[in-house]
Design a protein around this ligand. Sequence first.
Ligand SMILES: *Cc1c(COP(=O)(O)O)cnc(C)c1O
Length: 361
Amino acid sequence: MTARITPQPGIMQIDLYQSGKATVDGLSDVVKLSSNENPFGPSEAAQEAFVRAAHELHRYPSTDHAELRQAIAEVHNLDPERIICGAGSDEIIAFLCQAFAGVGDEVLFTEHGFSMYRISALAAGATPVEAKERERVTDVDALLAACTDKTRLVFVANPNNPTGTMIGGNEIARLADGLPPKALLVLDGAYAEYVEGFDGGAGLVDARDNVVMTRTFSKIYGLGGLRIGWGYGPKPLIDILNRVRGPFNLSQAQMAAAIAAVKDQDYVTKCRVENTRLRAWLAEALAELGVPSDTSTANFILARFASEEEAVACDAYLKSQGIIVRLVKGYKLPNCLRITVGDESSCRRVAHAVAGFKEAR
Ligand SMILES: *Cc1c(COP(=O)(O)O)cnc(C)c1O
């Protein structure tokens, strides 16, 4: 890069993204538990819809996503006019920052909050601000105390990644009520489907004018590779987001798969039930080995080790056994490993490997 040609302020503060690894050199039987993917993959209906879409690849996609918004609205009992779709919820997060935060504005999130909040805030020229959590749980008082007259966006993932913890509806409502007038609360519901009966915050969106919810097809729907997400908010705010959204931001194949996926709620239920069962089993198995975790409400657990050294050593040992998990030092949790809840044999493999690691120490 020449010195004459320079990026916008904030851009160079963004570190290049390190994705979860999918392979281990020299090993063939590898299980990837580093990206919170659904071990059972997408519903068959979604796969079939995707294959069918291959016949229409020469056609430009719909620009208003009407059919997908309608399908989402029916399943979740929402107003389709207040839904916006994007290439993953990451894109909705980017739209929010682009539309509502710029140079001199603050974007607030929690200490161990999802990495895209910081990245999208910096990309928009805004200043990222972090509030402390309380023992790896979102702290509403700390968030409210961190608000200033420059705060434009407050991101809270509920359940949170990488902690797996969540806070109750009353706490979220208290946060929405206490925000300064110019601040918008964004409830990131990437893992909402893993919590039985939880609406992800849709009720709060309906009851307030300063709350937006984001959701994704990447987690329980098993469609992370396709990149589909959506947001739900007050109509005037969705209209603003639609101005920064590219008209062709979703392909027809993405929309076709997502429509079939959202209509297959039996599959979602099946995945949730299996995740809940295996998550409890894995958390208990690790706790018995001296590796505790907070009660997780998502599809991963945050395993806590005595030290950063032990977490790094366990990560290396698991890798040698063909198990890829996630070190979360970048999330200020250097003594932890985030482990996605896989299928039954993967969970057994993790427990067996952690036992082997502990024995060898
Ligand atoms: C995985 C995840 C997302 C989803 O990102 P997509 O862009 O929809 O794949 C959003 N928020 C959190 C907290 C996540 O963990």
